[in-house]
Design a binder for this molecule. Sequence first.
Ligand code: ACM
Ligand code: ZN
Length: 534
Amino acid sequence: MINLIPMPANIRQSEGEYILPENPTVYIDERLSRMKALLESTLKIKARYQSEGQISFLFASMKPGSYSLSVNAKGIQVYAPDYEGAFYAMQSLRQLFGCDWAAVKKCRFTEIIDDCAEYSWRGLHLDESRHFFGKEIVKKYLDFMALYKLNRFHWHLTDDQGWRIEIEKYPRLTEIGSKRRGSQLHSWKCHEVDFTPYGGYYTKDDIREIIDYAAERCIEIVPEIDFPAHTAAAIAAYNDIACRNLDREVHYYCGGLIPAKEGIKDWNRPICLGSDEVLSFAFDVIDEVAELFPFEYFHVGGDEAPRDEWKKCPRCQERIRKEDLKDETALQGWFTNQLNAHLKEKGKIMIGWNEVLAADIVDRDVVAQYWTPQKDQNVLTHLNNGGKVILSWHKYFYFDMLHTYCTPKGTYGFTAATAGVKDELKKNVLGVEGEVWTEWIADEDHLFFNIASRMPALAECGWSKDSVKNYSSFARRLKAQHKIMDAMGIYYGDDAITMKKDPLRKKYMAKKNGSSIGYFDCEYTLSKLKTDKK
Ligand code: ACM
Ligand code: ZN
């Protein structure tokens, strides 16, 4: 059985085989010169442009992003039309060698592979508002994504619990908005708070460094600035962007059931949509972020916006009258359309969570990211009208959830039909994306544990044809991947595939570099739940 994830489009056994020597010579066609720089900078492998090597990267006119691998008596040949294809071939080789490339030793190679992706959008998200991981962990996250040929990093940089990106025109967004007094612990219903001050943000230089790092790995970054709600951190920095000017701090709770003793009130307020100054604020922020990120897609959030403040706000009500809007839902729709028009002028395509479709979104170029646990007819209508969609359904793609709810098997077996998309509309599905919200994910090990089995499942769901997918084969191949995860220092739970028990009680045995490092209590324990109920 071939140890590759995602499963390639086509694999045959070659008649011969080639045993790669230690430290093989590598040849690269000059048309794939970016590959040479990457091999030298990341893997310290010297490649050359003259004469064939024991591994040769050869240029061929093929579908963009595709590659093929074959073997003859002289060595292994990679054929690719571009850097992307060559890069994906390299990821396949790393996996076939069963270790990181730098440690290649006498590997036997017998396959012929022709490969290309099914979906163009194979994404993974990271919420850095609830917890901030910093550049080095984000780079490791990108490395892990690249190993499985994921190509979109959705970077959730703002939310109620912290603003994480420098905006020069509004310095208080990071001076005040990036810091909070403490952090709620464990789970939605847990009332334990760790009052250690918490904070962090990325400067523009940090962001540029990450963008370059991702680009080297064929990953485009979609920034998300969540408007008009999930804005408590921004409002803490600039009180007057809300409907009511109240002095509130960056929110350190994540769960909705806040005990009265905390004295937290009026934290869940959106920005005021009746104020032209607030609209300018949103445009200014978007301008700085859009200029920084080269990718054409820009995520404006739009999820879970409460309406109460807008109902009571004279300015918002005046906007509703002036623009002849039906209600507050239409008010959010008006705002979304303004953001879209603004982004379009900058050559960007807007993405919003599927709630934005509750109002009349005039432009079919808007991409809806379908996440809600409930079926949303608006998404299917949007698809019908030619609109594009990214599928991130909660039960299948929320990797912050317990493995027994969002199972690797569920993620693996998801198809567009699961979300109610008819075959003829599949062409409007850009692809699939896993979400990693970090309310309860506070450190690197927990973060990687949560994606170590579901992200590879997502990768195969997004890359491979249905005809080559097989879950038992995937489960076996995933186990074989642990060796390379060890080499990368990735923390994984060894029973994520087979676990069946109540998630609240489940403790996972986790491993790092092949050794068990103890039981890892994911999210919530039953005893804690019982204590809370008393
Ligand atoms: C979301 O999970 N609120 C998009
Ligand atoms: Zn208002």
